[in-house]
Design a protein around this ligand. Sequence first.
Ligand SMILES: Cc1ncc(COP(=O)(O)O)c(C=O)c1O
Length: 489
Amino acid sequence: MADGPPTTLDPDDPQRWQQLRAFGHRILDEMFDHLEGVRERPVWQPMPDAAREALRRPLPRGPGDLSSAWRSLQDNVIPYTAGNTHPGFMGWVQGAGTPVGMLAELIAGGLNANVGGRNQAPVELEHQVSSWMAELFGFPQAARGIFVTGTSIANFMGVLVARTARLGRAVRARGLAPDEQKLRAYTSSEAHGCIAKAMDMAGFGTDALRRIGVDGAGRMRMDDLRAQVEADRSQGLQPFLVVGTAGTVNTGAIDPLPELADIAREQDLWLHVDGAYAALGMLAPSVAPLLQGIERADSLAFDFHKWGQVPYDAGYFMARDGADMLETFAAPAAYLRRAERGLAAGDAWPCDLGPDLSRGFRALKTWLTFQVYGADAIGRSISTTIALARALATRVKAEPELELLAPVALNVVCFRYVCADPERVNREIVLRLYDEGHVAPSSTELDGRYAIRAAIVNHRTSAAEIGLLVDAVLNAGRALTQPSKESPA
Ligand SMILES: Cc1ncc(COP(=O)(O)O)c(C=O)c1O
């Protein structure tokens, strides 16, 4: 044994433990103050150069002081996040988190469980969430699900599982044979960019992904899909996968899932559904019927960190038959051998079902969110976001200076200020809104037109923020097009 001072990172006497505990309580209190006071701060504010500069420090070689590190976080980090906890945040598709989710992160950090496997309760908790989700989505008993970072990775898993289901486990050793370069996958032109990325990462290349056109409501055209699959097959190509979207990123459109499932069966395609944010609409009685057909998917990707309000990150992948996940990801390794009893017991470990070996306890924050708030409360907050989006669309239609740019399927509203130079003016409106700090939509492009995009995902957003958004857009639009009419700030 080496002589010298102890090298444990724990406090070295009860008094230091006590000091750390007291400071921990203070941090917890201040984080509660932070959440309780979220409405009193701007949604977003730019990070000043001084704050950026303050963070640029060499690797500390010696011990530091927790209170000065905490002060640095309070001064230089906490005020300058993107703002998705704020009720005025409507940018992209992001959940807001909850105070209970924050506590769950504290507990998970304390337990520091590595949920790759082994005979431990955190694995059981993850199984429990998997059972809940199988029931929610109407999947059979054999279904399995696991947590990953987000839907981007879950969609990547979907492509890999579909590949192994088509080509057999041997593909994992030999890679794609020359003839297998003819495999083709299909998704809509409105699908998220991570589907193409998944095709790239899986070695198929993005050219092997066919983009099928959409109808006026942003849903994949089923006739075009069938025609493209048949045309490809007649040319000797090998269709193997179709990726449907439940809640497109631009407008929240849901592909016609029952027809998609019919075509997948008829054409022998694996059906993967990207339900990144809208799949959890199953929790809301008003949305669940729109998702009919999702129960026929072979695999499904979604996020608890969006409409589920679980803190980042909490992505999820499910297959209707967990055996397909094992075929794709399980790998024998002597150092992971299972024992008949004891710590190393258990059959399928989470590391057999996905790409990660070391995995955090993401299941805890999801489990605690359901335990404390209940699935119905999450469903109600989902319904509220939809009602708010409809109210926003109604207001936009009623304002002659505003134009709705896409039908509102769920909770995403795309619109713009009507003027002679809409591209420049609307772009500038969004930038002004960010500077003002009351509401923060994002933007997208629809049919070549720049759109202000309000994605109402946040359980804190209320009618007040919807009113603020419309007023702020009108105000900025008028100021930019008729400067003399600018209201005083
Ligand atoms: C439809 C869709 N798919 C995939 C993703 C990517 O999900 P994540 O950011 O969790 O990786 C998103 C993100 O908004 C999305 O809306």
